[in-house]
Write a protein that binds this ligand. Structure first.
Ligand code: FE
Length: 368
């Protein structure tokens, strides 16, 4: 038996997480830059909870609310400049994966004046500022990971900057911020979390500990996808989604993701499909590919999801996600497969895929 497991994030989970634990914030310094998107954190109450907490604790703050979906490197540089000019001691992200990932890059760029290429190559000399995460969707798990996934135009895909110094030092998880999320956002993000659990479980980097977390996460999400009322998801159900997404985040913090994410990224980049949806439509085909090397693990995952076959997993996802009408030309299929072969996540797949395997995944996922 051999493994290592590292997660330095202090996790506060539950209703009132920020308010009940706000005294921890001032340990990080006098000034915080809050990194968020344009709208949702203002509507769901999370930004107000955080600014109230900071005011209570005597921490000055500034809000940088320019993070877009699938954040670009440019946005991270803008945030870094803002943090530097404000003299921030720490960074707080509020939002889905986009603000949380952008904030990690901001925490580097606040104290390192480097080029975009240096950022992607992990070439910085000053220790990034501490970052605190407040997720307002249940999917990415970025609140407990060391990776910032950014959209990189020169690579025409999403690439990650990953380093132990990027783990949030604290995460505040409160499912009340998700109460009014529409079904489509709920399901896309839940399926992202599910794909983290599945890819992390069927990965060359999986360990006994991550396996435990992954099976539990996948079991919870599969049950929720079957049983929740799409128009009225209760707070306890929202908490279950958030808990499962956290567990899956703890998995990929150790295993990172794999071939489904690597093939999903170019689909998101070129076709604008939400990240979780791209993963969801590829998941069953990804499991089939991995079953060539890890048949027992694939079977255990299928069972944990209370399904009888990979086909049933695909049907469960399809039913939850709804129809997707994207067809890729033969040229696009080849191009996306090539990008996937070059992506570092693909190396975590137990099978070393060929271009033909990847095109086959697209075919099986009804994308051709
Ligand atoms: Fe993901």
């Amino acid at each position: 038996m051999r493994f290592n497991y590292f997660c330095p994030t202090r996790i506060f989970f539950g209703e009132g997480a920020i308010n009940n634990n706000k005294s921890h914030l001032k340990k990080l310094g006098q000034k915080a830059l809050i990194v968020t998107g344009g709208n949702s954190s203002k509507v769901n109450g999370s930004l107000k909870d955080m600014t109230n907490a900071l005011e209570n604790e005597g921490v000055k703050y500034k809000v940088f609310d320019q993070v877009e979906q699938n954040p670009s490197i440019d946005t991270a540089f803008k945030g870094g400049k803002e943090a530097r000019e404000f003299g921030a001691d720490f960074i707080i992200s509020i939002g889905g994966g986009s603000p949380m990932d952008a904030a990690k890059a901001v925490s580097i760029l606040a104290v390192n004046e480097i080029s975009p290429q240096d950022l992607m190559d992990l070439k910085w000399s000053n220790q990034p500022l501490p970052n605190v995460a407040v997720p307002t969707t249940a999917g990415t798990g970025s609140e407990v990971t060391r990776a910032a996934v950014l959209t990189v135009d020169w690579a025409e895909t999403k690439l990650s900057v990953a380093d132990d110094s990027l783990f949030p030092v604290m995460a505040f998880l409160d499912a009340r911020y998700m109460l009014n999320l529409p079904w489509q956002v709920t399901v896309n993000t839940a399926v992202d979390a599910l794909s983290h659990a599945i890819e992390g479980f069927i990965s060359k980097k999986s360990t006994l500990v991550t396996d435990l977390l992954a099976l539990e996460s996948a079991a919870i999400i599969s049950q929720l996808l079957r049983h929740v009322n799409r128009d009225n998801i209760t707070l306890p159900e929202r908490e279950e989604f958030l808990y499962a997404s956290l567990l899956a985040g703890l998995v990929i913090a150790q295993t990172s993701v794999s071939v489904v994410h690597a093939l999903g990224y170019p689909i998101t980049y070129h076709k604008g499909l939400p990240h979780g949806l791209s993963n969801g439509i590829l998941t069953a085909a990804g499991m089939e590919l991995c079953a060539q090397e890890y048949p027992e693990k694939v079977e255990r995952m299928v069972k944990a999801m209370d399904c009888s076959s990979i086909k049933e997993v695909g049907e469960l996802l399809q039913k939850a996600l709804g129809p997707v009408n994207i067809k890729l030309t033969p040229e696009e299929q080849k191009e996306y497969a090539q990008k996937t072969l070059q992506h570092k996540n693909t190396a975590n797949c137990p099978v070393t895929p060929t271009e033909k395997d990847l095109i086959q995944m697209l075919v099986k996922s009804n994308l051709t």
